[in-house]
Design a protein around this ligand. Sequence first.
Ligand code: GTP
Ligand code: MG
Length: 464
Amino acid sequence: MNERMNIVVVGHVDHGKSTLIGRLLADTGSLPIGKLDQIKRTCEINSKPFEYAFLLDALIDEQAQGITIDTARIFFKSQKREYIIIDAPGHIEFLKNMISGAARAEAAILLIDAAEGIAENSKRHAFMLSMLGIKQVAIVVNKMDLVYYSQEIYHKIKDEYTSFLKNISIAPIDFIPVSSKNGINITEHSKEITWYRGKTVIEMMDSFEKQKEAEENNFRMFVQGVYKFTANGDNRRIFAGSVNSGKINLGDEIIFLPSGKISAVKTIEVFNKPAQVSASCGEAIGLTLTTQVYATPSELICKVDEKCPYTTDRFRANIFWMGKKALIKEKKYKLKIGTNKVDVVVNKIESVLDASILEKSEKRNEVRRNEVAQCVFQTVKPISFDTIDEITSTSRFVIVDEYDIAGGGIITHAFEQEKSNEIPPGYHSFEIELKNLINKHFPHVNAKPLMEAISPFLSKELEL
Ligand code: GTP
Ligand code: MG
């Protein structure tokens, strides 16, 4: 059982996220022996009612004893696989983490308090998930005990929320009525809710599909650092980074974008381990190459015989703004995508949505805190990226305003670079353009042998 899945739990304050997670730990037997009783006893001694949420706090305190839990991530196992649960108490924090890549969720559980109903944040959270491209979302209607397990109330919430979700293009995987407090429909059905015989929460989690595409996708790796071996006249350079998607093998021909420099993989180094013949998504590696290449951290390494990312200076994106100051049209910000940092302005604010009420307003010159907007961005020089429907990790970016992450987004569309008479130095080599052309017009042709045949002539041309 090696499969691991990252799941985020979101929901309005007090709707029961920590209780549900505590229950999942307890009911799947993931707690250290005696832990539950010990906490219940402590509560009794202090005449305090026991809460499953206390389990999380207690485990956090005991991290030193080798229990794998921290404030943001909780680990546990079902019969099928391991889970990393990301508790997202503040959606702004979570959003920051998601878009900066600190947390990565493959699926989400969204909690709604049955007694309180759909809160503003229930909508905002769903919107946020859709913005982040998290497509597997299950809705847990919690605290069913407080509404006497009423089927009617459950269906009212389900219907209302389903039609809201439709508007933002989320098709929920499932709705589950539960009581986290009483352990109903978490790992077992119960006599309290006889009218529901769908999946329990754990069954629903096990039915989430693992995103396989990350490994099967085109290879992408942002260069994080370039290091030189200095010992014994060794003059190799090593390009270090974490594989964003796909797989790389010894001998693969690679291209650095946007510079367009080409070489091939000589070795794949891994810290404190023997060198490898291949590496895939998620691994932190260092590449040495067969030829001397001067590339800088910030470039995106791709494989020559795979589909290239876009390299351009204009794109459309969905952004979520959380800066104290509004995002202003034509003001200069820093855009960070992978390890690449570049100056950027917003050319056009096409539409703005209030994330809670989803009220759309057009013709705006600014995007305010907690608003979601569709904008056209222009960078000072071309950058390389993918769009969200192709590869998520190379289509996410953050916007920095005066050293703070003020917004984050997802690129949905790349515009062709506007033609100008000036050829930007170092960018858009003939090779990239040619390869893009081949891929575009002859999608079934393997560009590699063609490129190999033409490349010497092009290099000559470039030297002139
Ligand atoms: P924050 O972390 O503050 O956002 O809250 P949370 O979503 O983690 O909520 P938490 O799990 O701390 O639960 C909040 C309160 O709701 C606690 O007092 C729980 O005991 C209570 N609660 C959670 N689930 C249930 C439930 O199924 N039924 C009832 N009656 N109470 C519940
Ligand atoms: Mg909590």
